[in-house]
Structures are given as structure tokens and as C-alpha cells.
Ligand binder design. Structure first.
Ligand code: PLP
Length: 391
């Protein structure tokens, strides 16, 4: 097999494939003279609400702002606790920190890596106000179970859906069982613009109205202001996103096909575990994350792939509760063992995953992972392995 370079992202390929549609929308915005809070943003918000089947969609500056703006709109802040899990992008907890609330970390499910609903109740105190499940790597958390707990304890639920646009659970859609679902449109997400922006979708008119003001200097009428910020989704990005949103289902289907090809190609490997899709769920594979069965293998396999020009990465090799930069003592609390999240941080490897991959590239990645696996598989399981297992 010839060597090749396999990138982690395909942003430019995607642009080239739908260049005329993106360029047309950019042209429309430039010619309109309306670049902030203009008609293209309105159009995108309508399309996002339509896509999710929600009453409202609000564009904001980025996916992190979307989370803390929802917390703020719900009146959650200092003195309140918000439950989430630590094996996610830092921003999930960062948003809780910005809102002034205390993050409470519970462990993830060992298989899906999403929050383990069975761990939530033990973490609830009289201060608990909300749960933020993350649809990690593109697979929905168990929202039905989370909704039940939230109802029993009168908690709000905010879905951090930065990684799962287009995903669905068994019998539920995004934003159907929560107060709001937030998302990020930074370029590397499944729906990404050439820069930063984010949004939230909700069926709650109060959240919609509050965030429309908060994002725009506390104003919804000229010269009239109350407490607020500047966190807007500008019209150029709205135009780019509107063009891409038309293709999101096709892009996610393509990701699912590459995931199926990885899984079929790698299923015999002895040194790694492969991602699981829950029955009845639609996983949109923002990331295709394998885990080495031994932590000491992670950097070896990652190094081998990188040496072979495969741009593999880790998501996320330092869990949030392991970050020295988090405000321990006042800004966060750990509830119970976080062993699954810690294991995930020590063993995860994300293989290249984007719609515009080619079969040749995916097969090259599979071949290289298998080559490493053959070398390192335990001798008893692979009698022909050339080397013994490292001690
Ligand atoms: C990307 C991401 C965010 C933050 O989005 P930004 O647009 O970068 O602020 C939040 N949560 C998760 C899970 C993410 O992956």
C-alpha cells in the first residue's frame, strides 16, 4: 500500500464542493449592506428552527456563549449547581463557570462516553438547578432517562449539542426533552462556518426572548437597553451556514458510512475498542474515537499513526476535572468516582473523520491501525505477532 497523507479535517474540500452556493450567499450579504442582525441571520434562524422542529432558534457569537446565555436566561448563577460530566470539551464547564454557577462532575457511561444517568441522582443537592448532558462525539445522551430525573427533582436540562447536529435518540429528537439545545458552528463541527458562531434552539418563548435581548446589549428596541452583552451571529456566517445546512443530512450520512467502514475494517483488532452506536440512535460521528485497551498503548499508536502521515488526535486527553486551570474549591465539585472519564482521557484516539474523506484514505488509516495492532496484540490472542507484549 502506498503511503499518503490523511488530514483530520476537510474544510477546503467541502468549500470546493459547494463553492457556488456559499459564494452566492456571501455575495447576497455583501450586496445587501446589512451585516449584523440582518435578513440573512433571520433566514438562518428560521431554517434552524425548521430543521430541528423547534419553535425558536437564536444565533449567538459561539457555542460557549449559547450555553451560558441559556443558563442566564433560566436565572441560574452564583450559589447554584449544574451537573455535567468531565470528559467533554472544556467549554461545557467553562460556560457554567462564566455563569457563576458551580459545576458538579459525574462519570460518563463506559460505552457511549455520554453522561451516565445512573450517576446523576446521587449528585443532586438542594442547590442543583440544571443538568447539561453533552451529545458527545455525535451520539445523543440518554435524554429519556435524564428527563425523568429532571422532572422528579424539578431541574432544567440544557443539551450541549455542539457535536451532534442532525443526531437523534431512540424515540426523541434534539431539544424535544430539554429546555434548550445549544450548538457551535466553529469550522470543525459537523455544521461549521469559516470562523466562529453558535446558536440555540428551544420551544420556550421566554428563553428565546431573553437571549434575543441579552445577545444584543440588552436591547430589542433602538436606544432602549438593559443588562446584556455583545454575542451575535453575523450575517456573513449566517449565509455560509445557510448554504451548508441544506447539505447537513447528506454530510452526516457520509460520516456514518465512513464510521461503518472503519468499524468493519477494524473489528478484529485486539488492542483497541471501537465506538458503539446505541440501537435506535442516529450517531452523526462528529468524531470516530477508538480506545486502546491499555493506557500505555495510546501514545504509541497515536505516534505510529502520526509518523505515517495520519493526522489522528485525542478528544480529550485531559478531562476537565484534571485541568489545573479550573477554579477548584469554588467553581466545581466532583460527585463520586470519575474512573470511566479518566480512562477515556488516557486511552482515546480520534481517527480522521469528515464527509469528504475518500475510501482510499479510510482504508489507509485502517491498514495502519491494523499493522500496529498486529505488532502489539497479546501473544496468546495473536500467535503470529512478531514482538512480545511490552511489559
Ligand atoms: C465546540 C464545543 C463547544 C464550544 O463551542 P465554541 O463555538 O467553540 O464556543 C462547547 N461544547 C462542546 C461539547 C464542544 O464540542
Amino acid at each position: 500500500m502506498r503511503t499518503m497523507k490523511v488530514e483530520f479535517y476537510g474544510h477546503v474540500r467541502q468549500y470546493h464542493n459547494i463553492k457556488s452556493e456559499i459564494d452566492a450567499n456571501i455575495h447576497t450579504v455583501l450586496e445587501s449592506g446589512q451585516y449584523v442582525m440582518g435578513p440573512m441571520l433571520k433566514k438562518l434562524e428560521c431554517e434552524l428552527a425548521g430543521y430541528h422542529g423547534t419553535k425558536f432558534a437564536v444565533g449567538v457569537g459561539n457555542g460557549t456563549d449559547a450555553i451560558w446565555l441559556v443558563l442566564m436566561a433560566l436565572g441560574i448563577g452564583p450559589g447554584d449547581e449544574v451537573i455535567t460530566h468531565p470528559n467533554t470539551f472544556f467549554a461545557t464547564a467553562e460556560a457554567i463557570w462564566i455563569a457563576g454557577a458551580t459545576a458538579v462532575f459525574v462519570d460518563c457511561d463506559p460505552k457511549t462516553k455520554c453522561i451516565d444517568p445512573a450517576k446523576i441522582e446521587a449528585a443532586i443537592t438542594p442547590k442543583t438547578k440544571a443538568i447539561i448532558p453533552v451529545h458527545l462525539y455525535g451520539q445523543c445522551a440518554d435524554m429519556a432517562a435524564i428527563r425523568k430525573i429532571a422532572d422528579k427533582h424539578h431541574l432544567k436540562v440544557i443539551e450541549d449539542n455542539a457535536q451532534g447536529i442532525g443526531a437523534a435518540g431512540k424515540g426523541f429528537k434534539i431539544a424535544e426533552l430539554s429546555d434548550a439545545a445549544t450548538t457551535s458552528f466553529i469550522i470543525q463541527k459537523n455544521l461549521g462556518t469559516f470562523g466562529d458562531s453558535g446558536a440555540l434552539v428551544t420551544n420556550n418563548a421566554d428563553i428565546d426572548a431573553k437571549i434575543r435581548k441579552l445577545r444584543n446589549h440588552g436591547s430589542n428596541a433602538r436606544n432602549v437597553h438593559s443588562y446584556g452583552f455583545n454575542s451575535r451571529l453575523d450575517d456573513l456566517h449566517a449565509g455560509i451556514l445557510s448554504a451548508k445546512l441544506k447539505h447537513i443530512d447528506e454530510y452526516n450520512d457520509q460520516r456514518r458510512q465512513w464510521a461503518a467502514r472503519y468499524t468493519a475494517g477494524l473489528k478484529g483488532c485486539k488492542t483497541i475498542d471501537l465506538p458503539t452506536e446505541l440501537p435506535g440512535y442516529r450517531h452523526v460521528f462528529h468524531l470516530y474515537v477508538v480506545e486502546t485497551k491499555k493506557p500505555e498503548w495510546r501514545d504509541q499508536l497515536l505516534g505510529f499513526l502520526v509518523k505515517n502521515n495520519i493526522d489522528a488526535k485525542t478528544h480529550y486527553s485531559i478531562a476537565i476535572h484534571q485541568q489545573a486551570g479550573y477554579p477548584w474549591g469554588k467553581g466545581a465539585r466532583i460527585a463520586g468516582s470519575l474512573a470511566n472519564a479518566e480512562r477515556n482521557a488516557a486511552t482515546c484516539i480520534s481517527l480522521p473523520m469528515f464527509p469528504e474523506l475518500t475510501a482510499e484514505e479510510v482504508d489507509y488509516v485502517i491498514a495502519k491501525v491494523k499493522e500496529w495492532d498486529k505488532e502489539h496484540a497479546p501473544a496468546s490472542a495473536a500467535p503470529k505477532a512478531k514482538k512480545a507484549v511490552p511489559a
